[in-house]
Structures are given as structure tokens and as C-alpha cells.
Design a protein around this ligand. Structure first.
Ligand code: AMP
Length: 641
């Protein structure tokens, strides 16, 4: 037996949080650690909960030889991860205070905090009194200076040397966001925490994951900083790969596929790799569920070509990128038996129901963010997934993480996220108490109330202080002393002409109701978005739909009326009744329009991994509006009022 002490004598003490256990031929070996504690002065395993310190700086993979060992044999000791999480959440109030102090102390020399007059103070009262609530716009000029190469401590004590691009789907272009080691560490902590809880309910065994993950274009900013989407910054990291291997979540596809120059070619090869490793695939995942649905819709188009590649061991000519071709040729060998099997399975399916378990017989679940703007894809995901459980992934943003899904058995519609109290300092603005004139005062993490909706503010080590993520969450329960949040929607209103107020969620519910009518014609809404047309007085709502195939005019007219009736906000209904908002318009789009929109965003530097269809297209987003308007094949006006 080799115990943790023996393997952790490299001058750094082991962290309790992640120990690894594996066995060789017959000897069980327990190893701590992929993760070492960076600060030897912090209390270790013997500390009782009230005295424990929970800096994320503890979580750093730092022993290459151990990482190699992990890559070969490691699995996470889930019990330790859960234990640590339980201890930290029991003590959430104190951990929050400590976390705020640490963030303010470590960044006290930053130009931003200095300019606010904090003068090194780290207490909550001074923080609230001195630091304003901000949006990305308020920080833009600081971030731009960082991107332009100013290496002074601007937002953080230690200069930032990597920039992330957030998806920026609502604004029409990606936003720059700082990325640093602390963000990386919290990402790993979130992934490990939810994995520990997930694996307790749905254990996976030493296999692979079919992951539809893609890097964005990577480039250097004017100041020479590496820039890419947050997920790209992660995927690039060797530490990320070691952790994924330790979590048995290693991607089937080689790096050349993940980092390929063309998304369509990468997607095809992800599917091909999945089929080649079909018996080993333990789960199917992507960052956002949209990418899984998109992948299997593509599979419906290319499955015979995939079978051909497998049969003859030769990659289709549609894959042109030499790096991808070279990597795939190492994996591909003629395998007529596998090609026949896949062909038979696909031919036997009715309307592709249950495709995923049919292709991957050992898959235990489907995993990805399925909440918020991903909900509209759930129906299709269930269709492809058959009986496989759908497990919704964690909650965060390029700016920082918030919570992990520690209740994996809940259906995606009820999924919630327990806030990790050591990854940032969190505040919550109660929304019910807001009037149009005055916003309610934010409350702390442990002061929130079950049933109440809040806008969330984040303070973290990546240079964000009282930063509006722009999301509305609802507290649905507590895990020990930390709240479990349900994602409700983006805070900004989508549709608003006069006194009406409709959010992303309202739009989603309206589309869901109307799409049920389409089902009678055996058609489905592939994707949707909205717009407010003010070109004539009074203005009206426009809903764009892309449908798979053709539906009758009668059905679409009914769908249009249903959409109009489904916005139940009192301001909207009363405005419609007196015609101060004109009849809602449903515009049906040519097939492939949303693919063009996706391609447009990819051209701007976005990555498919983080792509979210914009649910509202307004004036700053002219290019997307032009794509939509140029692809309308039919239009209907509501006669509901
Ligand atoms: P990005 O701008 O690409 O970093 O995306 C971050 C945004 O994605 C968040 O502010 C949320 O609006 C959304 N998001 C992230 N995680 C989730 C989740 N689990 N459920 C719903 N929406 C999410």
C-alpha cells in the first residue's frame, strides 16, 4: 500500500480535496494528488471545518511525473471531493468573508481598486461602500488597455496575460474578458465537484467521452496577449487534459480535431472518432446542449459517408485540413464489420429515435448545459437519447464560475447549481423589490431566500468586482448553508415596445406552446429568434422560425396566433387589445439560416462550444438581422386580438 504521505513528499503538502486511487495488478494504491496545496502555511487535512481555509489556489496540478502516472491509471477519489465540498458549504458564510478578503488583499495594488480608495481595506463594509456595481461596459477600457499590452496591474494584482472572448451573442460581437490561473483553478474545481456527485449516481468506468468540443480561432491581441474563447483557453491547457483523464472524461478525438481550422470538418471527425471508439464511449457531451443536437442532426446527413470511411479505412475527401487528415489516418483502419453494424443499427431506427444509445451501447448519460437558452433543444435531445439520462452541466460564464450541479438526478428542467463559496464573492440583487426607479440593495450568499429571484453579482480573482453577470437566478433550496440556484434568464428584456416586458423565458414559453401545434404536421422548430419591428407605427414583435420541412399555411397561421396569445404579460396584452402594439408576425426561414448565423459568429472569433443562438436580434446586430431578413420564405400576421 502506498499512501498519500509517501507520494506527496516533494516539498509540498497534499491537499485533502482531491486524492486519487487506483490499483495495479492486484495491489490497491491510494495516491494523493493531482492537486497540491500551493501555500504550505494553510491548514491541512487535520483542520476542523471552522478553521479551514478554502483558497482555490490550493488546486493546482503541479507534479509532471504524478500527472503522467494519473494519465495512465488515475481516478479521482470522489469521497474526498464531496467531503471537502460539504465542509465548505456548511461554513459558507465564513468562507465567503475569507474569500472576499483574499481577493481584495491579493489585488490591493491594482489600479482599479486603488482608484476606488479602498487603501488596502478588505472588510465587507468598506468593500460595499467603495466599490461600485458595474457591467462589462464600465470595465471595457481597462480590459482594452490590458489587451493592448499595458502590463501594469490594472484590474488584478498580477498582470493578465490571456484574454477570453465571451460568446457575446446578444451584443452581436464577442467581448474581451481577462483569463488567468485562478479562473482555470476554479473551473477545475467546479468540474471535479459536479463529477464527484455525478459519478456517485452514474458511475463510469475507465473509458472515453464523445465530446463535441471545438476551439475558436486563436489570435494575439494588439499587445501580444493570447486570445480565444474561455473554453479554448481551457482545452489548450495540458493540466485540463490530465484532469479530464483523471475524471475518465478524456475526449475520443485527437487534438487536431478539437483545434481544427474548420468547424464542419471537426464535427464530422468527432462523429467518426465516436464510432471508432463506440464500445468505450461512457458518455456524450458538449459545453452547451445545442452542440450535441447539432452534431446528431449532422449525423443524419452524413452517416452513410461515415460508414464508408470505416468500411474502407479511408477518410472522405470532405476533410481537407492536412493536420486533421494526418491525425485521423492514424486511427482509421478498414473495418467492414463495424461499418455493417452501424449501417444496420441506423437503418433499423424509426425517425432516429434512440440514436445515441444505439450507436454507443455503453454510454451512461448525456451531459452538457441544458438550462436557460438551451431548453428549446431538450426535446430533440431526448429524442436522440432515448432512455439515456440527460444530465445538466454547471453554471458560469467566461468571467467566472458560479455553481456546480450536485443533484445530477434532477431533470434538466429542475436542474440547479450549488454555489461554491470559495471561488468568488457573490451578491444577489432581489428583483421583486425593484421598482423601475430604484434597485434593491444586494444581499450576501447566505442571506438569500428560497423562492426569490435575484440578479447575481460576482467578485473574483480575475479582475471582476461587483460585476453584473446579467443573469436572473432563483434560489430553490440550500445545500448546507449555500444556496442552490436555478437559472431563469438573462436580465435584459428581449421584447419591449411600450409598457410590455417580455424576457427570454417568456419568448421560450411562447415558442414552446406554438411549436406543439406544428407537431400535428410532424414538423418541429429547429431554432428561433425574435426582433421588434418599429419601421411602422405601432411597432410589433417578429418571431423567426426555421422549421424542418414544410408546414401548411393554416397550421402556421394558428402558430402565429398562438405565439401572440402566449405572451401573457399584462402590458403586452393590454397594448395588443388597444392596438398600441400591432399584430405579432411569424416569419418562416429557409432551411440552413441558423447555420449561416452560426457561421457568421464563428467568423467573428466565437467558438461553437460556447455558441448560444441570440434569442433577440436588435439594432447593434445588423449583420444577423440581414441574414434573417434575407432568408424569409413566408410571413404570417396574428389575428388573435
Ligand atoms: P459566455 O458569455 O459564453 O461566457 O456565456 C455565459 C452565459 O451563459 C451566462 O451568463 C449564462 O447566461 C449562460 N449560462 C452559462 N451556464 C449556464 C447554465 N448552466 N444554464 C443556463 N445558462 C447558462
Amino acid at each position: 500500500m502506498v499512501n498519500t504521505q509517501v507520494l506527496s513528499t516533494r516539498g509540498l503538502p497534499p491537499a485533502l480535496s482531491l486524492s486519487l486511487s487506483f490499483s495495479t495488478a492486484s495491489v490497491p494504491i491510494r495516491v494523493s494528488l493531482a492537486l497540491y496545496k500551493i501555500s504550505p502555511s494553510l491548514p491541512l487535512t487535520s483542520a476542523s471545518p471552522p478553521q479551514r481555509s478554502y483558497s482555490t489556489k490550493r488546486y493546482r496540478i503541479c507534479s509532471p511525473s504524478l500527472v503522467n502516472m494519473l494519465e495512465k491509471m488515475g481516478t479521482i477519489n470522489l469521497d474526498s471531493v464531496i467531503e471537502e465540498f460539504e465542509a465548505m458549504t456548511i461554513d459558507a458564510g465564513r468562507v465567503q468573508k475569507e474569500t472576499l478578503k483574499r481577493i481584495l488583499r491579493e489585488n490591493s495594488n491594482s489600479e482599479y481598486l486603488q482608484s476606488l480608495g479602498l487603501a488596502g481595506r478588505t472588510d465587507l463594509e468598506s468593500f460595499r461602500a467603495c466599490v461600485p456595481i458595474v457591467t462589462h461596459k464600465d470595465l471595457e477600457h481597462y480590459i482594452q488597455r490590458i489587451a493592448d499590452g499595458d502590463s501594469a496591474p490594472i484590474l488584478t494584482g498580477t498582470p493578465i496575460n490571456t484574454i477570453s472572448l465571451s460568446s457575446g451573442t446578444t451584443q452581436g460581437k464577442p467581448k474581451y474578458v481577462p483569463f488567468n490561473d485562478e479562473l482555470f483553478d476554479t473551473t477545475m474545481q467546479i468540474y471535479q465537484t459536479s463529477f464527484a456527485f455525478r459519478n456517485r449516481e452514474y458511475p463510469i468506468e475507465g473509458g472515453k467521452a464523445l465530446q463535441f468540443i471545438y476551439s475558436s480561432k486563436q489570435f494575439k491581441t494588439k499587445g501580444g496577449l493570447a486570445a480565444g474563447t474561455a473554453t479554448t483557453n481551457l482545452f489548450r491547457s495540458s493540466q485540463y487534459k490530465s484532469t479530464m483523464k483523471a475524471m475518465q472524461s478524456q475526449c475520443c478525438s485527437p487534438d487536431e480535431v478539437i483545434f481544427g481550422p474548420d468547424f464542419h470538418q471537426s464535427l464530422y471527425c468527432h462523429l467518426l472518432c465516436g464510432l471508432l471508439y463506440r464500445d468505450e464511449v461512457q458518455f456524450v457531451s458538449s459545453t452547451f446542449a445545442h452542440s450535441i443536437v447539432h452534431a446528431f442532426r449532422t449525423f443524419e446527413q452524413v452517416w452513410e459517408e461515415l460508414c464508408n470511411d470505416i468500411r474502407y479505412g479511408v477518410l472522405t475527401s470532405r476533410i481537407a485540413a492536412p493536420c486533421i487528415r494526418a491525425a485521423m489516418s492514424k486511427l482509421l483502419k478498414p473495418d467492414p464489420a463495424l461499418a455493417d453494424l452501424i449501417h444496420k443499427k441506423c437503418s433499423g431506427l424509426i425517425n432516429w429515435y434512440g440514436l445515441i444509445p444505439e450507436l454507443f451501447p455503453n454510454a451512461k448519460y448525456i451531459y452538457g448545459i441544458m438550462t436557460g437558452s438551451m431548453e428549446p433543444y431538450l426535446k430533440k435531445l431526448r429524442h436522440y437519447g432515448g432512455e439515456l439520462p440527460l444530465l445538466s452541466a454547471d453554471y458560469g460564464a467566461s468571467e467566472g464560475w458560479v455553481g456546480a450541479n450536485v443533484n445530477p438526478k434532477l431533470s434538466p428542467k429542475s436542474a440547479n447549481f450549488a454555489v461554491l463559496p470559495n471561488i468568488g464573492y457573490f451578491e444577489f440583487i432581489p428583483l421583486k423589490e425593484c421598482t423601475d426607479m430604484l434597485e434593491a440593495k444586494p444581499v450576501g450568499l447566505t442571506e438569500v431566500k428560497v423562492g426569490q429571484e435575484y440578479e447575481i453579482l460576482v467578485t473574483n480573482s480575475a479582475g471582476f468586482y461587483r460585476y453584473r453577470l446579467g443573469d436572473v437566478v432563483k434560489v430553490v433550496s440550500f445545500h448546507n448553508k449555500t444556496p442552490e440556484l436555478q437559472f431563469i434568464c438573462r436580465r435584459n428584456l428581449l421584447l419591449n415596445i411600450n409598457i410590455d416586458k417580455n424576457t427570454e423565458k417568456d419568448l421560450q414559453l411562447a415558442v414552446e406552446a406554438a411549436a406543439n401545434l406544428l407537431a400535428e404536421d410532424k414538423r418541429e422548430v429547429m431554432d428561433f429568434t425574435s426582433h421588434v419591428d418599429r419601421s411602422k407605427e405601432p411597432g410589433h414583435y417578429v418571431i423567426f422560425w426555421e422549421i424542418n420541412g414544410e408546414a401548411s399555411d393554416d397550421t402556421l397561421q394558428e402558430c402565429c396566433n398562438c405565439l401572440d396569445r402566449s405572451f401573457v404579460d399584462a402590458g403586452y396584452v393590454s397594448s395588443r387589445k388597444v392596438n398600441s402594439i400591432a399584430p405579432l408576425e411569424l416569419r418562416v426561414l429557409r432551411g440552413g439560416t441558423f447555420q449561416k448565423i452560426l457561421d457568421h459568429y464563428l467568423g467573428l472569433g466565437a467558438a461553437v462550444s460556447q455558441f448560444k443562438t441570440p434569442r433577440y436580434v436588435g439594432p447593434p446586430n445588423d449583420a444577423v438581422l440581414r441574414i434573417l431578413c434575407g432568408n424569409v420564405i413566408k410571413s404570417y400576421f396574428s389575428s388573435a386580438f
